[in-house]
Design a protein around this ligand. Structure first.
Ligand code: MG
Length: 507
């Protein structure tokens, strides 16, 4: 970047980036290694770093540069303009929300994560409630400071997906929900419909070590650079990916010894996130262009590998002999079609992360509605468990018996962000849209069946990963697929795939 002011800006931002990654190490350690009694000290450490980072943002010279640079003229390159745009976007948070609130938010969320983890284990929502109340209140305060047109929830959505509004979310779910429900109902009436399988959650046991080795085999195939990453077991907690540096992108996993699918799908999902970070142009390291552009695009990468690749019949065919080798006692008699059916078993379930592709977005619709209502004070936090049960019954026809399987299942609200969940649905939609385009350029089925995933990764690197945060989601979507986000591709994909599996003509 040759513009002097931009150079100065990027130089100053570098300190923010380095501190942010240091903070990420503390956050990773908090969730992977921290002994219980270390939580309070860790909350103080992280909050202190947050304070220093916020002060760097508020440095008068830095703020003046971010706000003052003229991006209208022709003198700036595309990259330089993107630097300013990204900093102004992040600045909406750092410049407008008082430092004390930012620090309080950080401290509360670190404490809340630890409390939530215990509350979930003990199935005790009451322990978590005071923290949840405080975090909702802080989210409301943050939204007021950032500002919004007609819904405070919009101010929060925009933090994770630039430009996303409640109105857009409502439109997307209004299109998805009735069609997903109709597909689900047809599947439930089909003669192939099964709620259970003897292969999982029964007599058979899949030792954790075998599962872990199989995951390492698959993520190496996907092209995950393990010299610049690692995978840790955090069972039974919520898996995640952390970018701690350009050459340090880590994933976590959890295993269920009664179900060999879960750990594998999580590994592919998280590796999808990690590959995105590992594929960003090295020139962008520690600049505002490093890192995935939004949570929606990030999730498109994880869901692409998990679903479009991992749950495809071609990949099941590739994996069949490998499953036989890893689990000879359990799976030696099982063929590709059975495995394909098993990995794509549709049924209403309680846990979002274990949901199939048809019902997954119904779980998100529920969370979107609850978040939007909480931020707008339309429901009381204490009523959440009950509202959760009512909505589960309405959308999925199942009701959790415990809060552990209900309102306490997700880590997100304890970590602070509200406005994050809808990006999961965007990710599913983008993944299907990108795949459609990829299929026009690659012989995707054949590559997957042969396990030649390097070509697939190269396509993603060329079209998406290398750009980091250069293009915003809508711009990137247009560049890759020729149009902005459309739910059509996802719905078409579901109909094609599940009409085959369940021998149906889907609505
Ligand atoms: Mg994800």
């Amino acid at each position: 970047m040759s513009n002097k002011k931009i150079e100065k800006l990027v130089g100053k931002y570098r300190e923010i980036s380095l501190l942010g990654k240091t903070e990420a190490v503390l956050g990773w350690d908090l969730r992977v290694n921290l002994p219980k009694k270390g939580a309070e000290g860790r909350a103080t450490q992280i909050a202190h770093l947050t304070e220093i980072i916020t002060e760097k943002w508020l440095d008068p010279e830095f703020k003046k540069l971010v706000e003052g640079i003229d991006v209208q003229g022709r003198s700036l390159t595309v990259e330089e303009k993107a630097v300013v745009r990204n900093l102004r976007h992040a600045g909406k948070f750092y410049f407008k929300v008082p430092k004390e609130i930012i620090v309080e938010f950080s401290q509360t969320s670190t404490r809340a994560t630890v409390v939530w983890d215990e509350a979930r284990k003990k199935d005790n929502f009451k322990d978590f409630l005071p923290y949840l109340k405080k975090l909702i209140r802080l989210n409301q305060i943050i939204a007021e400071h950032i500002g919004y047109k007609d819904n405070p929830y919009d101010a929060l959505l925009d933090l994770y997906e630039p430009g996303l509004t409640s109105r857009q979310c409502k439109q997307i779910f209004a299109k998805l929900q009735p069609q997903l429900t109709a597909i689900l109902k047809s599947i439930q009436k089909s003669k192939n419909y099964r709620e259970k399988s003897d292969l999982v959650e029964g007599e058979l046991d899949y030792p954790k070590d075998d599962q872990e080795q199989l995951c390492f085999f698959v993520l190496r195939k996907m092209g995950y650079d393990l010299d610049a990453g690692r995978m840790d077991d955090i069972s039974p907690s919520h898996p995640f990916t952390s970018e701690l540096g350009r050459f340090d992108v880590r994933i976590t996993n959890r295993y269920n010894t009664k179900d060999f699918r879960e750990g594998l799908m999580v590994a592919m999902h998280e590796t999808g996130h990690a590959l995105y970070e590992q594929g960003v142009s090295e020139d962008y390291t520690d600049t505002p262009l490093q890192g995935g552009v939004s949570l929606g695009i990030h999730e498109s990468q994880s869901r692409f590998w998990e679903n479009q690749i991992g749950r495809s019949r071609e990949f099941m065919k590739f994996l069949t002999p490998i499953f036989h080798a890893f689990y000879p006692r359990q799976l030696s008699e099982v063929d590709t079609d059975t495995l394909f059916g098993l990995f794509n078993q549709v049924r209403p379930s309680l846990i979002r992360t274990e949901a199939d592709e048809v019902t997954y977005n119904l779980h998100i619709a529920l969370r979107f509605e609850l978040e939007e209502a909480l931020v707008n004070s339309k429901i009381e936090p204490k009523d959440l468990p009950e509202v959760w049960r009512v909505k589960m019954k309405k959308y999925l026809g199942v009701v959790p018996e415990t809060d552990r399987e209900g309102v306490l299942q997700d880590v997100h609200w304890s970590q602070g962000p509200m406005g994050y969940f809808p990006t999961y649905t965007l990710g599913n939609l983008y993944a299907a849209q990108f795949t459609e385009k990829m299929k026009k350029e690659l012989n995707l089925e054949e590559l997957i069946e042969k396990g030649e995933l390097g070509t697939v990764l190269s396509w993603l690197r060329t079209n998406i990963h290398q750009y980091g945060s250069l293009y915003w989601p809508d711009e990137l979507s247009k560049k890759v697929t020729g149009q902005g986000l459309s739910p059509k591709y996802f719905l078409d994909y579901l109909r094609r795939k599940y009409s085959k599996i369940y021998s149906l003509k889907l609505p």
